[in-house]
Design a protein around this ligand. Structure first.
Ligand SMILES: *Cc1c(COP(=O)(O)O)cnc(C)c1O
Length: 399
C-alpha cells in the first residue's frame, strides 16, 4: 500500500504509541484525584502541555486541550462571539476554510445574528490583505483565517494578517491544523491570539487537539462541568492522548527541517512529472507558498471519483477533496473558490506525502495516474470530441 492521504490523517508514530501505553493500564488514575498514580497522570498532562507550548513559543497555561481540531475551531468562534458581543457581532473569515469553521459561522449567523464576511481568494488560494483590512468595521470582533489549506495546501500571509488584526484591535484566530508541525509557528511573532490544532494530523493520536488562547483574551468555557483546563473545558482529561500529542509535537518540531526539505523535493518532482507527462493537467494551490507535502492537480475529461477507485485498486490511497466532503457530489468549495469550473474541479486529485514517502512510491503513483487517466479519457465522449478537434481543452486554453 502507498499512503498518500496524510492531510486526512496520519499514521501514529510508534514512538508516540510507546509513550502512550503506560497511561492506559498502569498510570490510569484520574488526574483530579489525590493519590500517587493520579499524580502520574497529572504530571503527564503538564509535560504534554509544556512540549506543545514550547513548539509554539506560548506559555503552558495558554494551551487548552480539546477533543480535536473541530472542537477547537467551534470553541474559538462560538466563545469569542459570546464574550465580545458587547463590542460587536462581525466575524471575518474566508471562503476556503474547513467546514469546522464554515459550518460554525453559518450556525452563528442563523441562530445568533452574527454577521460574517467570507473573503474571496485569488486563483492560487491566497486572500487579499487589502480586502481584509477594508472589511474591518468597529463591530468586527474576530478574524479567523486558516494557516494552510487542507485541500490545496496554500499557506496564507499569516504574519501580515496578524499585524492588521493587531493594528485594528481585532482578535486573530487561525486554524493551523494542517500547518502545526509542518511549518514553523511562533504565536508572538505572528500576533496570533487563538490557534487550533489536532493530534492525528501530526502523527499523533485521534480525538485530541488543542486551542491556544493568548493570555488576556476573554473567552467563555466551552464544555461545562468540572474544573479541568482552568475551568474552561470540563471533562476528565484524555491522558494517553495528551501524552501522545506532546511527543508527536516534539518529534515534528525536532525533525521539521529535515522532513520538509525531503518532502518539498519529492512534492515538486511529482508535480513536475504530472504536469509534463499528463496532457491537460493543472496544479491547484500556490506553486511555492504551499505545504511541503501537498500535491493537488486537476485532470480534464475525467471524474476524480473514478480515478480514486482505480488508484485504490492499485494500492494507492489518495483523495479527491477533503475526506469530509467526499461522498457528496458537489465539487469542493475550495476548488470553486479558486475559480475552477465545475468540470475541472470534478477531475481533481489530492496526494499528500509523509516523511516516509519514498521516490519509488512517487514514481509508481505517477505511472499509475498516467495509465488510469488515459484509460478513463478513452471512455469519455468529451475527450473524443477534443481529440477530433470539435472542442477545446479548458486547461490548455485558460491556464
Ligand atoms: C482535519 C482538519 C480539521 C478537523 O480536525 P479534527 O481533529 O479531525 O476534528 C480542521 N481544520 C483543518 C484545516 C483540518 O485539516
Amino acid at each position: 500500500m502507498i499512503y498518500l492521504d496524510n492531510a486526512a490523517t496520519t499514521k501514529t508514530d510508534p514512538k508516540v504509541v510507546e509513550a502512550m501505553l503506560p497511561y492506559f493500564s498502569e498510570f490510569y488514575g484520574n488526574p483530579s484525584s489525590i493519590y500517587k498514580i493520579a499524580g502520574e497522570s497529572k504530571k503527564a498532562i503538564t509535560k504534554g502541555r509544556e512540549q506543545i507550548a514550547q513548539v509554539l513559543g506560548a506559555k503552558t497555561e495558554e494551551i487548552y486541550f480539546t477533543a480535536g481540531g473541530t472542537e477547537a475551531d467551534n470553541w474559538a468562534l462560538k466563545a469569542a462571539f459570546e464574550a465580545y458581543k458587547g463590542k460587536g457581532n462581525h466575524i471575518i473569515t474566508t471562503k476556503i476554510e474547513h467546514h469546522a469553521i464554515l459550518h460554525t459561522c453559518e450556525y452563528l449567523e442563523k441562530n445568533y445574528g452574527a454577521r460574517i464576511t467570507y473573503l474571496d481568494v485569488d486563483a492560487d488560494g491566497v486572500i487579499s490583505l487589502e480586502e481584509l483590512e477594508k472589511a474591518i468595521t468597529p463591530e468586527t470582533i474576530l478574524i479567523s483565517v486558516m494557516f494552510a489549506n487542507n485541500e490545496i495546501g496554500t499557506i496564507q500571509p499569516v504574519k501580515a494578517i496578524g499585524e492588521i488584526a493587531k493594528k485594528h484591535g481585532v482578535l486573530f484566530h487561525t486554524d493551523a491544523v494542517q500547518a502545526f508541525g509542518q511549518v514553523p509557528i511562533n504565536v508572538d511573532e505572528l500576533n496570533i491570539d487563538m490557534l487550533s490544532s489536532s493530534g492525528h494530523k501530526i502523527n499523533g493520536p485521534k480525538g485530541i487537539g488543542f486551542l491556544y488562547i493568548r493570555k488576556g483574551v476573554k473567552i467563555r468555557s466551552f464544555v461545562h462541568g468540572g474544573a479541568q483546563e482552568r475551568k474552561r473545558r470540563a471533562g476528565t482529561e484524555n491522558v494517553p492522548g495528551i501524552v501522545g500529542y506532546g511527543v508527536a509535537a516534539q518529534l515534528a518540531a525536532d525533525t521539521m527541517a529535515e522532513c520538509t526539505a525531503k518532502e518539498i523535493e519529492l512534492r515538486d518532482y511529482m508535480i513536475g512529472r504530472l504536469k509534463s507527462e499528463v496532457p491537460s493537467c493543472k496544479l491547484n494551490g500556490h506553486p511555492e507558498k504551499r505545504l511541503p507535502n501537498n500535491v493537488n492537480v486537476s485532470f480534464e475529461f475525467i471524474e476524480g471519483e473514478s480515478l480514486l477507485i482505480m488508484l485504490d485498486m492499485a494500492g494507492i490511497c489518495a483523495s479527491s477533496g477533503s475526506a469530509c466532503t467526499s461522498g457528496s457530489l458537489d465539487p469542493s468549495h475550495v476548488l470553486l473558490a479558486i475559480g475552477l469550473p465545475h468540470e475541472i474541479a470534478h477531475g481533481s486529485l489530492r496526494l499528500t506525502l509523509s516523511a516516509e514517502t519514498a521516490k519509488e512510491d512517487i514514481d509508481f503513483t505517477v505511472d499509475k495516474v498516467k495509465e488510469i487517466v488515459e484509460k478513463l479519457r478513452g471512455m469519455s465522449p468529451l475527450y473524443e470530441d477534443y481529440k477530433a478537434g470539435k472542442t477545446k481543452s479548458i486547461i490548455e486554453t485558460r491556464y
